[in-house]
Write a protein that binds this ligand. Sequence first.
Ligand code: IMP
Ligand code: MG
Length: 193
Amino acid sequence: MAASQNPHDDIESVLITEAAIDARVRELGAEIGAAYTGNDSLILVSVLKGAIVFVADLMRAIPGNVQIDLMEVSSYDGGKSTESSGTVRILKDLSGTIEGRDVLIVEDIIDTGITLNYLTNYLAGKNPRSVKIVTLLSKPARRVVDIPVQWMGFEIPDKFVVGYGLDFGEQYRNLRYVGVLKPSMYTSTPGEE
Ligand code: IMP
Ligand code: MG
């Protein structure tokens, strides 16, 4: 089903409010800043496109020096699927080197863990000093690969969510909250595409 004129109409319920996200991102920024105190080698590697909103807020919540680089990976077959395909492709690689750097991967959500498992191994192969992970959301019920996550914003139930960067069919990234998408948006009805 196509997105409504008003994207809020396609949301079943607000799971995490704008205020709750804001407060949690500030906490994470402070904790991460403290963990890397006095360290000028921190580089946030953010994963396009879903994590752009989170990384923009998070980097400004970190008090110390911080740089960013951006990668884009795809773990979906494309189109409007709500299930990972299980294969990860790099669509955009790092712009610079991470050798000797403290890398913090910034993700929007860990679902099966396949994407982050792949990324962690890929980045670890480039001789960084350390590789850690911060994710805004985690769906523990769906985990297939168990990977250590150092910082997490919120644990959420096994529902497909959008907003604050997360999309369905490239829509809804601009919502300021995280909401549960109405299942009617992705369960096809007879006679409809
Ligand atoms: P994983 O490889 O299964 O952990 O999938 C991670 C990626 O799947 C995330 O970076 C998102 O792009 C996407 N994803 C997983 N769950 C959701 C969701 O509920 N809403 C939107 N995107 C999701
Ligand atoms: Mg993503």
